[in-house]
Ligand binder design. Structure first.
Ligand SMILES: NC(=O)c1ccc[n+]([C@@H]2O[C@H](COP(=O)([O-])OP(=O)(O)OC[C@H]3O[C@@H](n4cnc5c(N)ncnc54)[C@H](O)[C@@H]3O)[C@@H](O)[C@H]2O)c1
Ligand SMILES: O=c1ccn([C@@H]2O[C@H](COP(=O)(O)OP(=O)(O)O[C@H]3O[C@H](CO)[C@@H](O)[C@H](O)[C@H]3O)[C@@H](O)[C@H]2O)c(=O)[nH]1
Length: 427
């Protein structure tokens, strides 16, 4: 099949490469001409393991194309997939400005039947609104079907997740359109769930909200572990062994971040409020996540003393999690900003990024960042940090404290190097 994917970001690029690999002819378009120019000379604008090779192979084999002419690509293809960003607006609701702009271009480009797939994460009711939007702009109803096909990939494992999804959700009142979308994924072994549009939209929000709830739950329980001298890394697996609960997504840390969980929780709260539904549980989930940094900044202070201009803290990791270059809603960065606001000296290192943050001095390597610091905070679980040479770290540090903000370090190895390990919910 021939597909136009609008949005060459984490989701658009990954989906384009995977659908091309499955044998489809895919044109991925973006209004960012610089991004498209780079893609057309083989430069992948984001870091996602495996994406580069998959993209180059499918470009070479003539199944994957990039263009900045969004309208022309929409005209050419009978399947248009929308994968543009849906960031948080000021009130926490999803800002649909990019989706609206794509629909406007589409309304002007329509001259025959097309399937419009909503891959972007959008609030319940958006599919219905998109339909009205096209109808109001004179597109005849028989010229399109809107299908909600939410994406569940994780950054850092996006290619694997797209080839091996837990499920493929297809929401549409049109069985024929849903079946066409199902056939796009022929070759992928996964259960396919056919639903209505609003149900598909809510499956996406419900999933991310549930994942965020699981994280805030375990992070709050980690505080209880701290209070009782228990170890959350022993408690969590015991809870997860109950098959009704499940062991995944129970790793306590300094809180969840990223481009999805924080924004989707707040978007669901806002969408629900617009229909007079107050989501008290999800508000608490947000509160726990917001205060998780306070709790562990205080814990650090209880070990090294008041955090002020006399202190020097090293931070390893800036991305919202390992194996990505994405810093959107990164807790590591929020933590650095918090420490900088306390006038503390900060030296930092991340394997991929070094965003400008007032008061943060970036170093070229992990040991360089640790040099002379009173304490080291591991804020992102990069493998390089887990495998660090702790004797070298001990030599570099002025102090001996390591705050393991992701509970990924081996306490015994640190102790062997004379370092004091401070974990999240660990004695
Ligand atoms: N990043 C993830 O892990 C992930 C996973 C599942 C779902 N999602 C959802 O998928 C959507 C896309 O997320 P992302 O992280 O890939 O976004 P992104 O910011 O990486 O990429 C979005 C791209 O869309 C382009 N764009 C915006 N408006 C456009 C327009 N009018 N015409 C053409 N291109 C336009 C931007 O230039 C950008 O390159 C969001 O709704 C997000 O919530 C993201
Ligand atoms: O046990 C865990 C798992 C994750 N995290 C943190 O939670 C955040 C989100 O992690 P993850 O969910 O792996 O990353 P994303 O790439 O943001 O993926 C989420 O958001 C995507 C966008 O909607 C969805 O498609 C995915 O299914 C959903 O997992 C990160 O800060 C992680 O460090 C933890 O603290 N403990």
């Amino acid at each position: 099949m021939n597909i136009c994917i609008v949005g060459a970001g984490y989701v658009g690029l990954t989906t384009a490469a995977v659908l091309a690999e499955l044998g489809h002819t895919v044109e991925c378009v973006d209004r960012d001409e610089g991004r498209i120019d780079r893609l057309n000379v083989g430069i992948i604008p984001i870091y996602e393991p495996g994406l580069d090779a998959l993209t180059q192979r499918n470009r070479r084999d003539g199944r994957l194309f990039f263009s900045a002419d969004v309208s022309a690509s929409m005209k050419k293809n009978d399947i248009v997939m929308i994968a543009v960003g849906t960031p948080s607006g000021e009130d926490g609701a999803a800002d649909l400005v990019y989706v609206r702009s794509v629909l406007l271009t589409l309304a002007n480009a329509m001259d025959r039947y097309k399937i419009v797939i909503m891959k972007s994460t959008v609030p319940p009711g958006t599919g219905a609104w998109a339909k009205r939007f096209l109808l109001e702009r004179g597109v005849p109803s028989e010229w399109f079907d809107i299908v909600s096909n939410p994406e569940f990939l994780r950054e850092g494992t996006a290619i694997y997740d797209t080839f091996h999804p837990d499920r493929i959700v297809i929401g549409s009142p049109s069985r024929a359109a849903a079946e066409t979308v199902r056939s796009l994924y022929g070759g992928i072994e996964a259960e396919v769930l056919l639903t209505g549009i609003a149900e598909a939209e809510l499956i996406k929000y419900g999933s991310n909200a549930f994942l965020a709830t699981k994280l805030s739950f375990i992070n709050e329980l980690a505080r209880v572990c701290d209070a009782f001298g228990a170890d959350i890394t022993k408690v969590a697996p015991g809870i997860g062994m109950d098959s009704r609960i499940g062991g995944k997504f129970l790793q306590a840390g300094i809180g969840y971040g990223g481009s999805c969980l924080p924004k989707d929780v707040s978007a669901l709260i806002a969408a629900s409020a617009s229909r007079d539904q107050e989501l008290t549980l999800l508000r608490a989930v947000e509160r726990v996540n917001r205060t998780q940094l306070d709790v562990y900044a205080s814990k650090l202070a209880s070990v090294i003393g008041d955090i002020d201009s006399s202190k020097h803290v090293a931070v390893w990791g800036a991305t919202f999690k390992e194996n990505t270059d994405d810093i959107r809603h990164s807790q590591a960065i929020a933590l650095m900003e918090r420490l900088a606001a306390m006038s503390c000296k900060i030296t930092a290192y991340d394997p991929l990024v070094s965003p400008a943050i007032e008061g943060v001095e970036w170093k070229d390597d992990a040991i360089g960042a640790a040099m002379g610091a009173d304490a080291l905070i591991v804020a992102t679980g990069w493998g390089e940090f887990v495998e660090a040479d702790w004797h070298a770290v001990k030599q570099a540090l002025k102090g001996n404290v390591v705050l393991d903000g992701r509970n990924v370090l081996d306490q015994t190895k640190l102790a062997g190097a004379g370092l004091r390990h401070v974990g999240v919910g660990r004695p």
